[in-house]
Write a protein that binds this ligand. Sequence first.
Ligand code: GDP
Ligand code: IMO
Ligand code: MG
Length: 426
Amino acid sequence: MPALVIVGAQWGDEGKGKASDQLGTEVDYVVKFNGGNNAGHTVVVDGEKFALHLLPAGILTPGCTPVIGNGVVVDLEVLFSEIADLESRGIDTSKLRISSNAHIIPSYNRRMDAVNERLLGKRKIGTTGRGIGPTYADKMNRIGLRIQDLFDPSILRQKVEGVLAQKNLLLNEEEKFSVAEITEELLAYAPRVRPLVMNTTVELNQALDAGKTVVFEAGQAVMLDIDHGTYPFVTSSSCTAAGACTGSGVGPRRIDKVIGVAKAYLTRVGEGPFPTELLGEEGDWLREQGGEYGVTTGRPRRCGWYDSVVARYATMVNSLTDIVLTKLDVLSGLEKIPVCVAYEIDGKRVAEMPDSQSDMHHAKPIYEYFPGWQEDISQCCTFAELPATAQSYVQALEELSACHISSIGVGPGREQTIVRTPLLDK
Ligand code: GDP
Ligand code: IMO
Ligand code: MG
C-alpha cells in the first residue's frame, strides 16, 4: 500500500496530525503538500504533546523522512524555530527535506495579510495572520520567491526589487519595506536551508517505484479549499486530495487510498458560513468538552453538530476511500445527538452541497436524532467495547457520509484509537 493521502473532511482541526502519526513506523515518507504554518497539528505521544505547524507529523516517527513539498509556503523563521524546539525535546529532525520549488513567506507578506484583513473590515476572512494568502497570490502572480532563489543573491535581489515596487504602493510610509533589509534577512537563512533542499519530486516518485510507503498529509480541509470550500472564507491553497499531486509532483494514478479525517461533531475557526453552528450553551459545552481552542492562534473554535452534507461532499470531492472519525469520546454524556442530514434552503430540502455561496449562507440544518451514551469510552480498544448506541451512531455517520469509517478516535493519545480496518496492509 504505497501512497496514502490524508485530508481534512470538514473545516480543519479534525485530527489529521494524529491520523498521520498513527500510521507509524511502516511509513517511509510523510509529505506536507499545501499550506504553511497556518496549520496546527497536534500529536500526543506517551502523554507528551507536540503542536506542529510547518512540519508534517511524520517528523515524530523514527526512520521516516519528512518532506515539505513544492505546494507549501515556508516561513523560514518558523521553520528553524520549529526544528530547534523539536531537537530540544529529543526529536531527530535531520532527515527533513524541502522542495527547492516551495515558496517562501517573506516578512512583508505577514504585514500584507494584516493590511488585507484591515481593508476588508467587516468582510474580513479571519485569517491566521501568517501571510499565507498574500504568498499564494504572489505565486499565482509570478512574483513569488522560492527556496531556490536563496542560492542566487543577485536574482533574489532583483525579484525582491520587483515585488516590493508593488507591495510598497499599498503601504503607509512608515510600513514600507526596503530591498536591502528583505534580501539580507532572507540570505541569512541560505546556509542553513541548503542542506535540506532536494528535488523532492524525483525523490518521491523513485521512492514509490521502489515500493516505499508515502503519506501525504494535508493542511486545512475541503471546506477551506480555494476551489471547493466556502469561498471567499477559505484558505489560499488546494487542501483536497488533488492538491497532494500538484503539491508534490506525484501523479494521481499513484495514489492508493484517500483518507478523510472527520470529527464526530464539527468545528470551524475564522469567518464564513457554518449551518450546524451552535451559538448558545450547547456550543459552549462542545467547546469545553472537546478543548476546542486553536493550536495556531488560540482562538475559540466555533462548534456545531456533524454535518453529513459536508461529509458526503468531502467523500465526493476527494474520492475518499476511508474516514477516520475522531473525538467520539467528546460526545459522552448526551441524551441524544443531532446529525444534519440535509439543508433547508428557501423552503426546499437540499441534500447536496449548494453550488451558490449565498444559498450556503441561508442553509438551515435538518436534523435526525440519534440516542447518546453516558459511559466514558476513552479506554475502549475495540468497536465491540463501545456502548451499543455509540456503535449505532458511528454506523449512521458511515451511511450518511457515504464512506467506510476505518477507525475511531476515543482520545488524543496515539493508542486511543479503535481500528476497524487497518489503513496500511501489513
Ligand atoms: P489537525 O489540525 O487536523 O491535525 O487537528 P488539531 O490538532 O488542530 O485538533 C485536533 C485536536 O483533537 C488535538 O488537540 C488532538 O490532540 C485532539 N484529538 C485528536 N483525536 C482525538 C480524539 O479522538 N479524541 C480527543 N478527545 N481528542 C482528539
Ligand atoms: P489545520 O491544518 C482550521 C482558516 C482560518 C481562516 C481561513 C484563512 O490545523 O486544520 P489563512 O491564514 O489560511 O489565510 O486563513 O482558514 N484556517 C484554518 N482553520 N484549521 C486550519 O489548519 C486552518 N488553516 C487556516 O481560520 O478562517
Ligand atoms: Mg489544526
